[in-house]
Design a protein around this ligand. Structure first.
Ligand code: ACM
Ligand code: ZN
Length: 480
């Protein structure tokens, strides 16, 4: 039995001789480029350094893998080593979690001797939150980012536009704020429920977005915004109906499902609009990836097949149907975000041979196994299969153990170029922070361990024991 309960489980953890006592006087001596790690420790310890109280050293060392770290605790002190800033930060996360669990006396914590050498299995370890269907707000996002950092999750995939609302202030297209951010009812109709609540207006200002992106960055979390196109765009089209095939009018949706309204793929004004919008949005989100959505546009394809402008584009390119036209649309819009320094990501149901190979595919549902296998030869994948990673689905269907036992092989991705894994929180029925947290915790911990720890070291029973400390900690900090 190891002394400390850590999730994700470190890939090497040896107990060692000696111990070291950390107090408020302990110095945190941190390489300049690893300040996030130092700040993470001092925020917890609230140190008032004294020269004779020993030190925690955070040092640069050559040759560690990306995001990897070593942590040594001995009677001489505590040393974290890493080759990059994320590795140093994760060393600090491990140490801070250990300090929380260490024996305390007179305001001092005694840490038993140990040596940890650790690095993640996947470079992409994501959490998705849908704030179009329901909006949780900055405080919930910050709490989620804090919980993610503690589990070494490094990507927030933020679903900010869908049929039920557009949630970021646009200065270039102000109607996206004046019209697209408001719907008639808070509670959506569907699954036996009627519309409830009054008018619902929710969006982040650009200032709030910048603040949250910086809050994430300080915790080594990249933010990937998703502005779902060409379907799931009723909210956008309510403000700019001239961008549709039919001209509208449209209302921001208060129901759930898959809808017909779609951006017109044959209208140059649509690409001009998206270029302007994505230029503005890419400036708010400094990360590498930009998510274009692309899912569930099949009803819209039927609209495209009847639209003269879309038909003309199909004929000019020898495209047989709406699905083929969407491949062209995804490639063109991927080129737009590429111009602004981003790599596009899109859902697997819109990815075929016609989509530029630079586009990363996010796998969520197996519609056509042969088509997916073919794409594995061509591009990178993020995996969030709906049978393991859709946390808005009940625990009866996706229990903790099922997520914990996930492996890419189970969905046919044994040999693919998998960047990593992500868990999903679609919010049609997650209406409050409480509901979001109920779906997220504790499954997020299982996902974190699957994305980080070598499968040979993972055992559910052992994970479940370690989880007990986290559950107590989450309860104490108000997580539902
Ligand atoms: C999805 O669940 N529509 C990606
Ligand atoms: Zn059209």
């Amino acid at each position: 039995m190891l002394h400390y309960n850590l999730i994700p489980k470190p890939n090497r953890y040896d107990e060692a001789a000696g111990s070291f006592t950390v107090s408020q006087g302990t110095q945190i001596l941190c390489a300049q480029e690893f300040l996030d790690a130092g700040n993470y420790l001092t925020a917890y310890l609230k140190t008032k350094p004294q020269p004779d109280a020993g030190a925690v050293k955070v040092k640069k060392a050559a040759g560690l893998p990306p995001e990897g770290y070593r942590l040594r605790v001995s009677s001489d002190g505590i040393v974290i080593e890493a080759s990059d800033a994320s590795g140093a930060f994760y060393g600090a996360v491990t140490l801070r979690t250990i300090l929380m669990q260490a024996k305390k006396q007179d305001g001092k914590a005694t840490v038993e001797g140990l040596f940890i050498e650790d690095a993640p299995a996947y470079s992409y370890r994501g959490v998705h939150i849908d704030e179009s269907r329901h909006f949780f707000g900055a405080e919930t996002i910050k709490k989620t980012l804090d919980a993610m950092a503690m589990l070494k999750l490094n990507t927030l995939h933020w679903h900010l536009s869908d049929d039920q609302g557009f949630r970021v202030e646009s200065k270039r297209y102000p109607l996206l704020t004046e019209i697209s951010a408001t719907r008639k009812y808070a509670g959506l109709k569907g699954c036996g429920l009627e519309n409830r609540g009054g008018e619902y207006t929710c969006f982040y200002t650009q200032e709030e977005i910048r603040e949250l992106v910086a809050y994430a960055a300080a915790r080594h979390i990249a933010v990937i915004p998703e502005f779902d196109i060409p379907g799931h765009t009723t909210a956008i089209l309510a403000a700019y109906p001239e961008l549709s095939c039919t001209g509208g009018p449209f209302e921001v949706d208060c129901t759930t499902g898959i809808f017909e309204p779609i951006l017109c793929a044959g209208n140059d004004a649509v690409y001009t609009f998206l270029d302007g919008l994505f230029e503005e949005l890419c400036g708010l989100f400094p990360g590498k990836y930009f998510h274009l959505g692309g899912d569930e546009a099949s009803k819209g394809h039927k609209v495209w097949e009847k639209c003269p402008k879309c038909r003309a584009l199909m004929e000019a390119n020898g495209l047989k149907d709406g699905a083929a036209l969407q491949e062209l649309f995804m490639s063109r819009t991927a080129k737009i975000v590429e111009k602004y320094g981003k790599t596009a990501v899109a859902w697997n149901d819109c990815i075929g041979d016609g989509v530029d190979e630079s586009v990363v595919c996010q796998f969520w549902h197996l519609f056509d196994p042969r088509a997916v296998r073919k794409q594995m030869q061509k591009r990178k994948f993020i995996l969030s299969p709906d049978g393991y990673c859709y946390f808005d689905i009940s625990y009866a269907n996706i229990p903790l153990k099922k997520t914990y036992r996930f492996h890419p092989k189970k969905v046919g991705f044994g040999k693919a170029d998998v960047l990593g894994l992500e868990c999903m929180h679609w919010s049609e029925w997650l209406e409050t922070e409480r509901a979001l947290q109920f779906a997220m915790f504790p499954r997020i911990a299982a996902l974190a361990e699957v994305a980080w720890t070598d499968p040979a070291l993972r055992k559910f029973k052992d994970f479940y024991k370690r989880l007990s400390w986290y559950k107590t900690y989450w309860r104490k900090t108000g997580v539902y």
